[in-house]
Design a protein around this ligand. Sequence first.
Ligand code: 3SK
Length: 501
Amino acid sequence: MATRPNIAAQLLDRNRTQHPDKAAYLCGDDVLTHQALAADAARFANLLRARGVRPGDRVVLCLPDSFGAVKAFLGAMLLSACPTPVHAQLSPDDLKFVLQDCEAAALIAPEDSPAMEVARTVPGLRLALPCSMDGPWGLSGFSSECDAEAPQPEAPGFMLYSSGSTGRPKGVPHAQEDLLEPTRGWATEILGVGPRDVLFSASKLSFAYGLICSVSLPLAAGATAVLLSEKPGPVELFTAIVRHRPTLFFCVPTLYAMLLRAYDPGQGDDLSSLRLCYSAGEALPEGLCREWTRATGLELLDGIGSTEAFNLFLSNRPGAVRCGASGTPVPGFTVRIVDDAGADAPDGVPGELLIQGPGICRAYWKRPDKTAETMLPDGWLRTGDVYVREDGVYSHRGRKDDMLKVGAHFVSPVQVEEALRTHPAVLDCAVAALAVDGLVRPCAHVVPRPGFAADPQLAQDILRHARGLLPPQQCPVRVRFLDELPKTPTGKVQRFRLRQP
Ligand code: 3SK
């Protein structure tokens, strides 16, 4: 059998040869050229090899987005080890779980970080290497050239942990080649990413969306990417946009809402470098999509992907945005909407979205139970998302687990939330089940806009507003005011935490 090419070597060598001095990454005041990236990734592969890490070994990266994180990811790939980035702020308990679950050979983390403490409690871990923002320690003693290893037939090329909405994270292994799948249909045919683009993702490298937008897309296009090491808030994001003048911006709805509230072009929030804004991670509310474009003059494209797909499979198109919808299938993907019996749902009838396409993970890491539930033997992947198709366009109705059965009706929390958001006092909201005399009823959990008193009168007004817009089974029976909604580190609302059975 022919050996498979090493994808990291392919990307790094091509960029180093074609434009060695071009910026591969920008972070704060620092620039990392393609040449320097390729050299340090090779040094890191040589270091890992010298420290006993072998092809196929899992190398967990618990790092802020930084040059160091990208060098470590690509260096581990050059060795055909399995880089496994996790969120830099992962709790010690979850990090320990991941290190044990994936039987990590090595952990790369900042010196003096809680992660290094965790490393001491995991007996099987062979190497815990400190890493600065610029790169793993000790690179200078190693050669900037390395013999890349061919990917191992059965070993994962890289792995991400999917936070899911409940329970422990699951390892989602991918082949090295999967890194390039989003660069085809989605990036090339829809976004038109090219070498002159500067990409900026507010989502971190440990989230598939961030890894795609900050590693796969820029390296495959020979473009430049901006990295933000801090937690992304409006100040950090506007500052980075003004300083680096990206052309493409990738973010999640929660952050778009925060950016919109803070946006003040008179105070220097200059977005004129952007040709396109993209939203994924969870469905983009229709009102937010319209309001963003009205305020900034920029199109905001919504799409949906998953860690399992390591890609976006539904997307809006530039010039044809449908606010409130995820768009149409990305080239390369086939999608179906099915009812509970697995039969195709007609247009206009909601059901679960199944997808097929290249690069989809075929089994969770050591989780045959979850694999059997999600990855069907005929090749379809169950997304767990409820969708409806109208005129060929797909609209999200919520997670299957979040649907409410109210009497004989299925109620989509997303539709109720869209209606609630049209009330002037509602800043953010989520709808979840509340048991009233043993019956399931929708309850609205509302974050009020500053200046509105969270009192019974406002609650009554919001309920009245909803009754004017929604059929009876969708109307919330109660409003609970919260300071903020529970969300995953990637910005998805955790409605299950709001259920009151
Ligand atoms: O959640 C999403 O929409 C997403 C998008 C792209 C890649 C990965 C994910 C999870």
